[in-house]
Design a binder for this molecule. Structure first.
Ligand SMILES: [Zn+2]
Length: 68
């Protein structure tokens, strides 16, 4: 029983700390629009951003979602 409770707490913490900003975001690369970096476009909120690495952005760059 303690193990189950521990897993639930761990899951909640992960959701709160790592998933808050990007919970809805779905980043897609578009190599055709690369300039100084890698172009990423968020299908969920429509935000676009250039990154230095090939990894998808960790945060949503949509101004409306950054209010919270
Ligand atoms: Zn987004």
């Amino acid at each position: 029983m303690i193990v189950v409770i521990g897993l639930i707490i761990a899951f909640v913490l992960v959701v709160i700390f790592s998933n808050r900003a990007t919970r809805q975001c779905r980043w897609r690369r578009n190599a055709a629009l690369d300039q100084d970096g890698f172009y990423w476009h968020c299908l969920q909120c429509g935000a676009s951003v250039m990154t230095d690495t090939k990894e998808a952005p960790k945060l949503c760059h949509d101004p409306q979602q950054n209010k919270t």
